[in-house]
Design a protein around this ligand. Structure first.
Ligand code: OGA
Ligand code: MN
Length: 300
């Protein structure tokens, strides 16, 4: 296994390592430590299918299931992040599966609509864009660093605030999507998470935690001010000093920490280019704690 840093702050590239093999316990330990410290890993030149990706993902925890039924023909635990159908057909840009890809171009962290959001997502690039295409990269922004550099007045303003994360509200941003069933809505009622996240596994270090893929406002203030603050945050975390962009090569397998990074796909021409990826998602088992959570207040 060869490991190389991708930027000063976060991200490593790993070559000469086969994720389809049985991974030894010392290797899992090394990968977990690397995720804790570097937040992003790109494994080059992998050979995987859905089953092998599920097997690799299980080294890090339980697999999270897709929140909607019958949208993929494959396993519900392996998501198709793709503008290609299971049968290889290039889907039209108004197909619901493509609309969901467009929603991925808004900054987010995966499954924030759950009380226990996902810890890691693991994405395998089966078909990636040709070099001459524009867009199609996956961009990441480091919320630990973004918090550190926030002006003091913004830290104070954000400290007590929450955002509502609602799976159903993706329909508000993307009205072209079909309605969820009653059962799907009931399984995923809105949750709220603190905008300042406290990490008990990092000596109570703080980071930002918000998304743009289910709502475009911060709560606890008037709608107008909530929208303004949200736009400010989006612009702030998009600064290149916080970001790293992954330029895909076919058979890259990337893995990121949803507790620390936000991500988005850079839009591309969805009808001109095929892009097919499969994702394994590691279920989270801790809530998003904020400065006023009882678990945090009782430790300080
Ligand atoms: C995802 C996601 C981004 C991409 O699968 O969670 O946001 O580049 N994907 O496709
Ligand atoms: Mn995502």
């Amino acid at each position: 296994m060869d490991v190389k840093n991708l930027s000063n702050d976060f991200g490593v590239e790993i070559t000469n390592f086969d994720c389809s093999n049985k991974i030894q316990s010392d290797e899992i330990k090394f990968l977990k430590t690397t995720m804790q410290n570097k937040h992003f890993i790109c494994f080059k030149n992998q050979k995987l299918d859905g089953n092998l990706l599920a097997k690799f993902t299980k080294n890090f925890g339980e697999l999270e299931a897709y929140p909607e039924k019958d949208k993929t023909k494959g396993k519900l635990e392996i998501f198709n992040v793709s503008n290609i159908s299971e049968d290889g057909e290039h889907l039209s840009p108004d197909d619901q599966r493509v609309i969901l890809q467009k929603n991925n171009s808004r900054w987010h962290t995966d499954s924030s609509y759950r009380y226990f959001p996902s810890s890691f997502s693991i994405l395998f690039g089966q078909e990636t864009l040709p070099e001459e295409a524009t867009g199609g990269q996956t961009e990441f922004s480091n919320m630990l660093k973004a918090y550190e550099h926030l002006p003091d007045d913004k830290k104070t303003l954000l400290e007590p605030l929450h955002q509502v994360h609602s799976y159903n509200d993706i329909r508000r941003l993307e009205p072209g999507l079909p309605e969820l069933t009653y059962e799907e809505k009931s399984n995923f009622p809105p949750v709220s998470h603190p905008v300042i996240r406290v990490h008990p596994d990092r000596n109570l270090k703080k980071s930002l935690y918000f998304t743009s893929n289910t709502s475009l406002e911060i709560g606890g203030m008037s709608l107008e001010n909530g929208k303004k603050l949200h736009s400010w945050l989006v612009e702030y975390i998009s600064q290149s000093m916080f970001c790293y962009k992954h330029f895909w090569e076919q058979n890259d397998l990337i893995m990121w920490d949803n507790r620390v990074l936000l991500h988005r796909v850079i839009p591309y021409d969805y009808s001109k280019y095929r892009r097919a990826m499969i994702r394994g998602t590691v279920e989270g088992n801790v809530p998003v704690l904020g400065p006023f959570s009882n678990e945090i207040r009782s430790t300080v």
